[in-house]
Design a protein around this ligand. Structure first.
Ligand SMILES: [Zn+2]
Length: 74
């Protein structure tokens, strides 16, 4: 199912004001998920926010050994 064509789009991050590329692959992913809005933040800031949230959760769940705040991005 490759009848749709995507081109990389350059967007401005809402948080840091830097330009970032919204890749065709990500656009396809968004489409698949039914998201209608493009991402407002660069991947870095998105990861940061996600990590912060995970950190908070991990804190409660296992406070003793949570060195790995990162999981895969899916
Ligand atoms: Zn950013």
């Amino acid at each position: 199912m490759e009848n749709k064509e995507y081109n990389d789009i350059t967007l401005i991050c809402k948080d840091c004001g830097k330009e970032f590329v919204w890749t065709s692959g990500e656009q396809a992913f968004y489409d698949e998920k039914g998201f209608t809005n493009p991402p407002a933040r660069c991947p870095e800031d998105r990861a940061k926010r996600k990590a912060e949230r995970n950190n908070r959760n991990d804190f409660k769940r296992n406070d003793s050994n949570s060195t790995f705040a990162y999981r895969t991005d899916k």
